[in-house]
Design a protein around this ligand. Structure first.
Ligand SMILES: Cc1cc2nc3c(=O)[nH]c(=O)nc-3n(C[C@H](O)[C@H](O)[C@H](O)COP(=O)(O)O)c2cc1C
Length: 181
């Protein structure tokens, strides 16, 4: 089972066996839907995966896992900003205090790293623009190889819930990702 923790696996004593690829899944979430998807993806990734909310995540420059997975809710056709997170909190969600946009902005470019991105997004109406594409674009600029097309997981409305079957799809997506490593 993947672990939910707030630190990177920089301590070798916490590393799984040599052959198990390591992955850090960093998520942002106001109502918990993206967090649930992140946890399901980590289950698919397997025992080398660690899940962390963006507010507790280590700086990206200190992440040295085989794969980075980044997930965020789509806000205003892309990654959230302080204003959209404030809007979410006014509607009953929780403002995580920071977002994937800020976390990526604080990072320095470096080559040779691999990542995948996902977002949650309202299915109807299916508006253009997704947080997963925006995050992938930023990660490419930081020198990451994006190993899979950004993926969308559907919610029924602003607060969710996730559409039926999405957690199973997320687990399967995580399992496919680990096969690419
Ligand atoms: C301020 C704000 C803007 C949003 N903009 C979009 C949007 O452009 N497209 C979309 O499909 N959903 C949009 N949504 C809905 C979010 O995608 C939805 O709240 C999110 O998937 C729920 O995930 P969470 O529970 O992890 O926060 C928006 C939500 C908020 C609060």
């Amino acid at each position: 089972m993947p672990t939910t923790m707030t630190v990177t696996r920089s301590d070798p004593s916490t590393l799984p066996g040599r052959d198990v690829p390591t992955a850090l899944v960093v998520h942002e979430s106001c109502w918990g839907n993206t967090r649930l998807v992140a946890e399901a993806i980590a289950q698919g990734l397997g025992e080398g995966a660690t899940v962390v909310g963006v507010a507790s995540a280590p700086p990206l420059d200190q992440v040295h896992t085989d794969l980075l997975v980044v997930g965020a809710p789509t806000h205003a056709f892309g990654l959230s900003r302080p204003g959209t997170r404030h809007d979410a909190s006014e509607r009953g969600g929780t403002d995580p205090g920071t977002g994937i946009r800020e976390w990526l902005e604080a990072a320095s470019p470096a080559a040779g790293r691999r990542a995948a991105t996902f977002d949650t997004h309202v299915r109807r109406p299916n508006l253009p623009g997704t947080a997963s594409r925006a995050a992938a674009r930023r990660l490419r600029h930081l020198g990451f190889e994006i190993v899979r097309e950004p993926e969308v997981f559907w919610v029924r409305g602003m607060e969710g819930p996730l559409e039926e079957g999405e957690l199973a799809r997320a687990r399967a997506w995580g399992a496919e990702l680990v096969r690419l490593l």
